[in-house]
Design a protein around this ligand. Structure first.
Ligand code: 5GP
Length: 210
């Protein structure tokens, strides 16, 4: 794939850390960042819309997509398959679009092999006890599933140092502002700014104008 102009943000978090709500709040504040809609073999939950939350497909369609090389990455998470569309990502990056992938740690590792400049963000709960409290509070999972999610959370937190940014979700508003700050700071980095501001710099007659 060509070197992207847009940024790729990869947001990873243990389940129960509040990733989905935080990402939704980020996308609302920064509409220029576009969410990648994954393909998934799991059943749609109540209220989920095909094509909006996921592209829901059955296993045979998913396997055919793997065989065609349609996925930038894919992984099995809690017994279901999830994957990111390579053609969609390629198309959006080609036009300079910033994109956000809300995927698991296995997917994050695969994406960073293809795009080493992708920005990894880990959303951490303030403690394992708080994570457990939130998982139990959702009242959707069996005891076995809760224990499995807690074990996964510990394994995911073991790899926290591999991410570029860590946001602790102890206070939603602060975590939301942290996420927004990451996106804004990234946008202000000098290399993309020089490209964006080329016309202004040219008018200033500076050597920085490309
Ligand atoms: P859920 O079924 O609760 O929506 O998602 C379960 C897990 O799968 C979450 O950690 C979510 O981030 C992850 N996930 C969602 N889409 C993808 C994807 O395209 N690729 C990978 N590797 N993980 C994904």
């Amino acid at each position: 794939m060509d070197q992207p102009i847009g940024n790729i943000y990869i947001v990873v978090a243990p389940s129960g850390a509040g990733k989905t709500s935080l990402v939704a709040a980020l996308l609302q504040a920064e509409p220029s960042v576009e969410l990648s809609i994954s393909y998934s073999t799991r059943q749609a939950r109540k209220g989920e819309i095909d094509g909006q939350h996921y592209h829901f497909v059955d296993r045979s369609v998913f396997d055919a997509m793997i065989a065609r090389g349609d996925f930038l990455e894919w992984a099995e998470v809690y017994g279901n398959c999830y994957g990111t569309s390579a053609p969609w990502i390629r198309g959006r990056l080609a036009v300079g679009q910033d994109i956000l992938l809300e995927i698991d740690w296995q997917g994050a590792e695969q994406v960073r092999k293809v795009f080493p400049d992708a920005i990894g963000i880990f959303i951490a709960p303030p403690s394992i006890e708080e994570l457990e409290r939130r998982l139990r509070g959702r009242d959707t999972d069996t005891e076995e599933v809760i224990l499995r999610r807690l074990a996964s959370a510990r394994a995911e937190i073991d790899k926290i140092a591999e991410y570029d940014y860590i946001v602790v979700n102890d206070d939603f508003e602060r975590a939301r502002l942290d996420l927004i700050s990451i996106v804004r700071a990234q946008r202000l980095k000098s290399a993309p700014q020089c490209r964006r501001l080329a016309e202004m710099l040219r008018r200033m007659g500076t050597a920085a104008a490309k």
